[in-house]
Design a protein around this ligand. Sequence first.
Ligand code: FEO
Length: 167
Amino acid sequence: MLSKNLTEELNLQVKYELYSAHLYLAMSAYCTDLQMDGFAHWFKIQAEEEKFHAMRFFDFIADMGGRVTMMALEEPANEYDSLADVFEKSLHHEQFVSARIYHLMNIAQTEKEHATISFLNWFVDEQREEEKSFGHILQQVKRFGGEALYHLDKELSTRTFTPPVIN
Ligand code: FEO
């Protein structure tokens, strides 16, 4: 059974993951406005991943006998200076989410809540991958211009998301 503190913190993570989806849809809309349809698609797929993350927390709380409470989401930024600005801010947001996952892990370890530790391990690995992919695209966007940026847009338009099977 989850402690009150851990239940509240995991519940807060449902909100942060949904907020991530909200933020990435705002970024997708900005990219569409720039006629960068591949980037816009990439952020839409990222929003799908974030909803999947949110539902993993949602289901885990329920599986552990806890009660999920849905919370209001803040309005994300809708305006950006450039594609590089979008990726600077999205990487910064992912770093915030990673810090949140570490915070949850610290609580679970202090409470010796092994089911939660096992559950969170997947997110530790996932955050490492997310920071890597956002950082990689940021570096490309900063370095590329003209034709190369056009090719990157085409490459990002092929992204797909299939929810992983997790035991
Ligand atoms: Fe669910 Fe991108 O953190």
